[in-house]
Design a protein around this ligand. Sequence first.
Ligand code: ADE
Length: 229
Amino acid sequence: MHIDIVSAVPELLDSFLNHSILKRAQDNKTVEIFVHDLHDFADNKHRRIDDYPYGGASGMVMSIQPVEKAITQLQKERHYDEIIFPTPDAPLYNQKTANTLSTLGNIIILCGHYKGIDQRIRDHFITMEVSIGDYVLTGGELAAAIITDSIVRLIPGSISDETSALTDSFQDNLLSPPVYTRPAEYNGWKVPGVLLSGNHKDIDEWQMNEALRKTQQIRPDLLSDDLTE
Ligand code: ADE
């Protein structure tokens, strides 16, 4: 998979993309991730990428020109399956969307900043808009990082234990059951006996019951939603 992230503050993504699973996935060629500085595409000598909003609203708006140039330049190199714009005024991102995106070949993620981006960018270039939650961030970089992480970990080859992504919370509309590791007892706090029993049928049943119990208690909405179809 090939991911291009277009950002006005590319440094924000450096550390995130260069550690842990995302680094390994790039090193072993499971995914290629390139971050592009939006200022490099600005056709003005001050490399400005924003301007005042028409109509006199407060804040600055990201201009069309640098974004258009960035996207059309990238499109000369390859066809993109989706051009994604993370923004709070969009449908909520979830595991179902991550699953779908993880099967694609090439995507662009455009990080917004300031008060928003010129609507014509959204109308003419963006193919998918997603919000990562009902709160507002200063820019789209954190959202882009979250989207990238959630996609890449699903691509075979990025996680060493490949079954582990499939047993994540949300993959069956269920939250994950509790997990434990050694020691079996600490300060008198014991690991549930069934997990030490070696009986895989009992363990599977316990994990399923715990997943259901947790989901019912914490996120009952998931039990009536179909996030995975
Ligand atoms: N940019 C700013 N806030 C955001 C949010 N909640 N989701 C996605 N992108 C954003």
